[in-house]
Design a protein around this ligand. Structure first.
Ligand SMILES: Cc1cc2nc3c(=O)[nH]c(=O)nc-3n(C[C@H](O)[C@H](O)[C@H](O)COP(=O)(O)O)c2cc1C
Length: 159
């Protein structure tokens, strides 16, 4: 199967949208938009995200050994766009960001966030499956989640 055809089919899979953040070597922060986030195990508490192996985020997560996952609300479309591309300048310029105990950045008004240490990294084709052990989590805001379907952002239903 061609990768472009797989992309087209997978665009029919509706997901939430997260921003995965990590610490940089010089004490700064970095992050990217992702939809490949999932819950993996409850005991111990494990989650995963698949990141492009050649990307900056993958390199920085491997180096720092920590990451946070920020679940976006439907009013965070611009945050989602900004963290998905290089063209808009400082990705953290939008949003109210705080620092979790691992040093990764968390969005103060995220629907929820999880702060993780890297448990394992598994190469998977051109991506890396990053497995995280959840150290801390919070649900700052009961807002409608941001949904990604058919290459378009949509509004989910608030809890
Ligand atoms: C809705 C959406 C979901 C995305 N999901 C992922 C993902 O799960 N994994 C990934 O590697 N890139 C994903 N991307 C692409 C990255 O956000 C994009 O390539 C980003 O610029 C990578 O940043 P980096 O080069 O600093 O690592 C997604 C983009 C969008 C818009």
């Amino acid at each position: 199967m061609e990768s472009q055809d797989l992309r087209t089919v997978m665009a029919q899979w509706a997901t939430g949208v997260v921003v995965v953040t990590t610490r940089t070597a010089d004490g700064g922060r970095h992050g990217m938009t992702a939809s490949s986030f999932t819950s993996v195990a409850l005991d111990p508490p494990l989650v995963s995200v698949c990141v492009t192996s050649s990307g900056a985020t993958c390199r920085m997560i491997r180096h720092s050994g920590v990451f946070a996952v920020n679940m976006l609300g439907s009013d965070h479309r611009e945050v989602g766009r900004r963290f998905a591309g290089p063209a808009l300048g400082d990705r953290f310029a939008l949003g109210d960001w705080a620092t979790a105990s691992t040093g990764a950045a968390v969005l103060a008004d995220a629907v929820a966030w999880l702060d993780c240490v890297v448990a394992a990294c598994y190469p998977a084709g051109d991506h890396t499956i990053v497995l995280g052990l959840v150290r801390d989590a919070a649900m700052p805001r009961p807002a409608a989640p941001l949904i990604y379907h058919d290459r378009t952002y949509h509004e989910g239903i608030a809890r």
